[in-house]
Design a protein around this ligand. Structure first.
Ligand SMILES: Cc1cc2nc3c(=O)[nH]c(=O)nc-3n(C[C@H](O)[C@H](O)[C@H](O)COP(=O)(O)O)c2cc1C
Length: 180
């Protein structure tokens, strides 16, 4: 697969077949996240693999929101990666304050996209999930109170036949050349 093909193939998978994901493959994905860039090389992340059936089930109940019918697909996801925001280093912290930029969120996004792209590359489907009950997740996984769960990635073998067409803004609407 060439890189452009990979970019187009990566999509949010919300339909998983009933097949366990090999732990080594998930670790490979996290390895892809590990080498992502971050402000001042702070690497302000920790990724928790959840692939034990009972925990996956418990977690999925904190992700599916029956009130608004959001993230029902989580109930069939075979595994999750929980992206926990860790303390950034002093230089990144100073940079954030001086430049009034949320470097940590940007860093997390970079690592998470690396993970999703690599998962696609090795034949797995992922969905980045931002809507979940953080308190419940924290309790199930013993995540300390001072740590924030930024995002969750569901990961598994996709039940979809071929990638959907990308619905995106037109290039001219998102690009400026030599001025805004
Ligand atoms: C920060 C973030 C949070 C997201 N949260 C959810 C979510 O809670 N549930 C969901 O189904 N998709 C979620 N998504 C996936 C987006 O809906 C999806 O990436 C977007 O619609 C583009 O579609 P594609 O990923 O298939 O290309 C999230 C994506 C990002 C980047």
């Amino acid at each position: 697969m060439d890189f452009k093909e990979l970019l187009l193939k990566r999509e949010s998978t919300r339909n998983y077949i009933d097949k366990k994901v090999e732990r080594e493959k998930i670790i490979e994905c996290i390895e892809a996240g590990r080498v992502a860039p971050s402000a001042c090389n702070a690497q302000p992340w920790k990724f928790i693999i959840v692939d034990e059936d009972s925990k996956v089930k418990e977690l999925s109940k904190c992700i599916y929101d029956p009130v608004i019918g959001m993230n029902k697909f989580a109930l069939q996801a075979p595994a999750f990666i929980i992206a926990v925001r860790e303390k950034r280093n002093l230089t990144s912290k100073i940079g954030e304050i001086v430049k009034k930029k949320d470097f940590t969120s940007l860093d997390m996004g970079m690592a998470i996209e690396n993970i999703c792209l690599y998962a696609t590359y090795i034949g797995l489907g992922t969905c980045i999930i931002g809507w979940f009950k953080e308190k419940g997740i924290r309790k199930i996984l013993n995540i300390p109170k001072d740590k924030e769960v930024d995002l969750i990635i569901s990961i598994g073998y996709s039940g979809d036949e071929k990638p959907r067409k990308k619905v995106r803004k037109n290039i001219n609407d998102i690009m400026g050349v030599n001025e805004y």
